[in-house]
Design a protein around this ligand. Structure first.
Ligand code: ATP
Ligand code: MG
Ligand code: MG
Length: 406
C-alpha cells in the first residue's frame, strides 16, 4: 500500500486501546466510498473511530475517517497490515480479498459479517445456490459456459433472458438482457464472454421492486427496517420510497423472506435484501448486500437509528437501535452524474441548489473527486407527513429537468 492519510497525530493501534469505552473502538472498513463516508459520519456521533482502506487517495471517506490507509482491499498483504490496526474488520463493498479474510479469521481477527458470508455473496451464482438450498424463493437460474448452454437456458426459461456476471457486479454493470435467441451472443459479449463466469436468471415479471434492510447483532438478535420500494432506471437505483405502498400481507411476506435470508448467513452487521414483487403477490429474492446499502440511505433522516449507526452498533457488539420510522414518509433520490467533468459538476450543483430550497429535504454530497455519467455522486432525502407530500416536493425539485418521480 502507498501513502496514508491520518486525520490525527498518531495512527491508532489495537494494542494501545483500553478495554472499554466507545472512543477506543477501532472499526476497520474495507472500502472508502460513500458508504464508508456515511459510516464515518455515524461513528463520529458515537465517538467510534473508523479506519478505511481504499486505493483512492481522495476517496469519499478519506476526509472523515480517523485514518485512511491508501491501498487495495483486494490485496492480501495490504488487508493483513490493515487488520493489525483494527479491533473489528467490516466492509462497505463485497468485492474484497475474501481468502485473506478467511485466513485472518483463523488467526483470531474479528470480521463482521463473517468471511463465509462475503464469499457467498460476492459470487452471485453461489449466492443463488445458497439461498435456494435454504428454500428462499428466487427467480430460476442456471450457470452457462457456452452458447449451447445459453440456448438451453433460453429454451427452459424463455425470453427476455437475464444474463449476469457471477462476480464484480454493481449498478447493473454485470447484467445484460437477451430479448431472443439471436441476441444471446451479443449480450454475452457485452459482459466480456463466457470466460468471465456467467449465469442466467429467468425474467422476473415484477410489478414493484422492494427492499428490506436487516440488522443482526453479535448476539444474533435481528431487527428489520420497514419495507421500502426501490425504483431503478437502467439497472441503477434511482428513487427509494419509504414505506413501500403495499398491503400489510406483502410487507409481512417481504420481511419474512428477508429475515430468513439473513438468518442463513453468518455474522453481525447490516444486510440489505433486494426483492421482486410479482403481479400475483409472490416475493422473490434478487440479491443480498452484506453491508449498508442504497435502499437504506433515507434511514438517516427517517428512522430512529440509521443503517450506518446500526451497522456500527452491530459490528462492535452494542445493543441494536430502533429501526422504525420517526416520520410518516420519506423519499430518497440519487444524484447521478449526468455528464463528465466540469459540465457534470455544474448540473449536479444546480440540482443541489434546488434541493436546498425544498423544505425537509437533506442533501448528501459524497465529494467524489471525479464525475462520470451514471455515477452515484450524492443523494437527497425528503421527509414529510405523507407520501404524496414528499412526492410533490420531489417533483418541484426536479421540475426544471422535466423529470418525473413515477
Ligand atoms: P446493485 O447495484 O443493486 O448491486 P447489480 O449490478 O448487482 O445491482 P442486480 O441487482 O442483479 O444488479 O440487477 C439490477 C436490476 O436489474 C434489478 O434491480 C432489477 O431492476 C433488474 N433485474 C435483475 N434481475 C432481474 C431478473 N431476473 N428479472 C428482471 N429484472 C431483473
Ligand atoms: Mg449487486
Ligand atoms: Mg441489485
Amino acid at each position: 500500500c502507498g501513502a496514508a492519510r491520518d486525520n490525527h497525530e498518531t495512527s491508532p493501534k489495537k494494542d494501545d486501546a483500553p478495554v472499554h469505552g466507545l472512543s477506543n473502538m477501532i472499526v476497520g472498513v474495507l472500502g472508502g466510498g460513500q458508504l464508508g463516508r456515511m459510516l464515518c459520519q455515524a461513528a463520529s456521533q458515537m465517538g467510534i473511530k473508523v479506519m478505511v482502506l481504499d486505493p483512492l487517495e481522495n476517496c469519499p471517506a478519506s476526509a472523515l475517517a480517523y485514518h485512511h490507509m491508501v491501498g487495495s482491499f483486494d490485496d492480501s498483504a495490504t488487508v493483513r497490515e490493515f487488520a493489525k490496526r483494527c479491533g473489528v474488520l467490516t466492509v462497505e463493498i463485497e468485492h474484497v480479498d475474501v481468502a485473506t479474510l478467511e485466513m485472518l479469521e483463523k488467526q483470531g481477527v474479528d470480521c463482521q459479517p463473517k468471511a463465509s458470508t462475503i464469499r457467498i455473496i460476492q459470487d452471485k451464482y453461489l449466492q443463488k445456490v445458497h439461498f435456494s438450498q435454504h428454500a428462499i424463493p428466487l427467480p430460476e437460474f442456471m450457470q452457462i459456459d457456452d452458447l449451447e448452454g445459453a440456448k438451453r437456458a433460453g429454451d427452459l426459461f424463455g425470453y427476455p433472458l437475464m444474463i449476469k456476471s457471477k462476480r464484480l457486479a454493481y449498478d447493473g454493470r454485470g447484467n445484460a438482457v437477451a430479448g431472443s435467441v439471436g441476441e444471446l451472443s451479443s449480450a454475452v459479449n457485452a459482459l466480456g464472454g463466457y470466460g468471465r463466469g456467467l449465469y442466467v436468471e429467468k425474467w422476473a415479471p415484477f410489478v414493484k421492486e422492494l427492499a428490506v434492510v436487516v440488522a443482526r447483532g453479535r448476539d444474533n438478535s435481528i431487527v428489520c427496517y420497514p419495507v421500502v420500494e426501490t425504483i431503478h432506471k437502467e439497472n441503477i437505483c434511482h428513487i427509494v420510497k419509504a414505506p413501500a405502498n403495499v398491503t400489510w400481507e406483502i410487507r409481512k411476506r417481504a420481511t419474512d423472506v428477508a429475515y430468513r435470508a439473513v438468518s442463513s448467513l453468518e455474522g453481525a452487521g447490516i444486510f440489505a435484501v433486494e426483492l421482486f414483487l410479482t403481479g400475483d403477490g409472490q416475493i422473490l429474492l434478487n440479491e443480498v448486500a452484506p453491508r449498508p446499502h442504497n435502499s437504506g440511505h433515507q434511514t438517516i433522516e427517517s428512522c430512529y437509528t440509521s443503517q450506518f449507526e446500526q451497522h456500527l452498533r452491530a459490528v462492535v457488539g452494542l445493543p441494536l437501535g430502533d429501526p422504525s420510522m420517526k416520520v410518516p414518509a420519506a423519499i430518497m433520490y440519487n444524484i447521478l452524474g449526468e455528464d463528465e467533468g466540469e459540465p457534470g459538476f455544474i448540473l449536479a450543483h444546480q440540482l443541489i441548489r434546488r434541493a436546498l430550497g425544498i423544505p425537509r429535504a437533506t442533501v448528501h454530497w459524497y465529494d467524489k473527486p471525479e464525475i462520470r455519467k451514471q455515477r452515484k455522486m450524492g443523494h437527497v432525502t425528503i421527509v414529510g407527513p405523507s407520501m404524496s407530500d414528499v412526492e410533490q416536493r420531489l417533483k418541484s425539485m426536479l421540475k426544471e429537468e422535466g423529470s418525473d418521480c413515477q
